[in-house]
Design a protein around this ligand. Structure first.
Ligand code: NAD
Length: 432
């Protein structure tokens, strides 16, 4: 199958590499010429676990191409996937569809033969109708079905998720499109392909992300309670998660959810609901409480340190396994700390460069964790990288000025650290 993917970002690139690995001829299209030049030179433009080897192998095999040319990619394609960004509008927070609409406009003239055009970007309900209208108007002769094919990958696990999807949701009422998508995923014998109408498919994506955000906010609320009551949130989550009706995923208390999806999608869902005259207080409360969390975290860090303290931050990415810092709680906490004129040196195993683009030189960046903690008065762990649990904490004890840790991810071994003389604080446990 010839597949064109428009948008070579955190969704488009791993998906393109994955479809090529399945034996398809894949054209990854992006209008960012620097990105395409780098990829054509064999340089990856983002970090994602396990992407490197698959990328090299499929480029070598001649199945994976990178281009800025819509014509080269879309001509004769069986499937065109739209995977451009849908960022939040700066004021209304609704999903900004300008990139989707531009992509539909630009691809339409090059459709040849029967083509399925699938929107993989997360888009408001009814966007499929808009994409269809743009394509039909621009190229009335096109033999195309416009479908919804939402993406559920998790950054940091994008490659694993591509090859082990729990479900593929397809929004279409076209039998031909249904057949093509079934053929595309034929190798995933154990994966449920769910065919629904286009609007249901678009809604499933928002409904899923909003649900997960609410679940995370719930455990963070419970953590606040545990901090006062003396219960331990990790034990509480463990006990809750053993109930299969609740499940143990997304029950890890922390500094709030972040990244390029949950904050944006909950806001877009709330906006959409208001447009339909529907109130969604559960989602609105979640947004408000999560927005307030970075300030709460910063306050806890500052309470543990003196005014001119040197703060070592471990972790900048919004989660482990990625270099993505978009709406990262770590960045938001740092911004709150900077408002109080904090002196910060940070280290992230993958995200120093992405963070530099957001924070500039307002903080110092270290090449490794040991350099970051040198002469620190407090260490704040803000991303759940496994690397941090494997550090030589005895060595760190000898490098810091004060042995104080605020573990906003509850990943470190409290008992071992206390033995080394550290004052250890974390989420959802009463301070001793
Ligand atoms: P991204 O910003 O990393 O990538 C988008 C890419 O599209 C950019 O490289 C941009 O240059 C390119 N682009 C924009 N307009 C273009 C055009 N007209 N022609 C060609 N290229 C164009 O975004 P992302 O994180 O990959 O997200 C893409 C979509 O997928 C969003 O709607 C997002 O909500 C959704 N999504 C993201 C994830 C995730 O984990 N990142 C997961 C599921 C769904």
């Amino acid at each position: 199958m010839k597949i064109a993917i428009i948008g070579t970002g955190y969704v488009g690139l791993p998906s393109g590499v994955g479809f090529a690995e399945l034996g398809n001829e894949v054209y990854c299209i992006d209008n960012n010429i620097n990105k395409i030049n780098m990829l054509n030179k064999g340089v990856l433009t983002l970090y994602e676990n396990g992407l490197d080897d698959l990328f090299t192998r499929n480029v070598k095999a001649g199945r994976l191409h990178f281009t800025t040319s819509m014509k080269d990619g879309v001509n004769n394609a069986d499937l065109v996937i739209i995977a451009v960004g849908t960022p939040p509008h700066p004021v209304t927070k609704e999903a900004d569809l300008q990139y989707i609409e531009a992509a539909a406009q630009e691809l339409a003239p090059y459709l040849t033969g029967y083509t399925v055009v699938a929107t993989k970007s997360t888009v408001p309900v009814g966007t499929g109708d808009k994409v269809e209208a743009i394509i039909r108007k621009s190229n009335p002769k096109a033999d195309a079905d416009i479908i919804s094919l939402p993406e559920f990958l998790r950054e940091g696990f994008a490659i694993y998720d591509f090859f082990h999807p729990e479900r593929i949701v397809v929004g279409t009422d076209s039998e031909r499109a249904r057949q093509l998508i079934s053929d595309l995923y034929a190798t995933f014998e154990n994966t449920k392909l769910l065919f629904v109408n286009r609007k249901s498919s678009e809604t499933i994506k928002y409904a899923s992300n909003a649900f997960l955000a609410i679940k995370l906010n719930y455990i963070n609320e419970m953590a606040n309670f545990c901090e006062k009551s003396g219960a331990n949130i990790d034990e509480v989550a463990l006990g809750m998660g053993l109930d299969s009706r609740i499940g143990n995923k997304f029950l890890k208390a922390g500094p709030g959810y972040g990244g390029s999806c949950f904050p944006k999608d909950t806001n877009a869902m709330s906006y959409m609901a208001r447009q339909y005259g529907v109130t969604m207080p559960l989602i609105d409360t979640t947004i408000a409480e999560n927005d307030a969390r970075p300030a709460l975290m910063a306050q806890r860090i500052l309470q543990l340190s003196k005014p001119d303290a040197k703060i070592a931050v471990l972790g900048l990415a919004f989660k482990n396994g990625t270099d993505d810092c978009r709406t990262s709680p770590a960045i938001q906490i740092i911004e709150k700390l900077l408002e109080k004129k904090a002196d910060i040196t940070a280290f992230d195993p993958q995200a120093n460069v992405s963070a530099l683009k957001l924070l500039g030189n307002k903080i110092a960046y270290a090449d490794d964790a040991y350099s970051a903690v040198k002469d620190a008065d407090i260490i704040a762990v803000l991303t759940e990288w496994k690397d941090f649990t494997e550090l030589d904490w005895q060595k760190i004890a000898s490098l810091v000025r004060q042995k104080v840790i605020m573990d906003c991810r509850n990943i470190l071994d409290a008992t071992a650290l206390k033995k080394l003389g550290f004052k250890y604080r974390c989420i959802g446990q009463k301070d001793e």
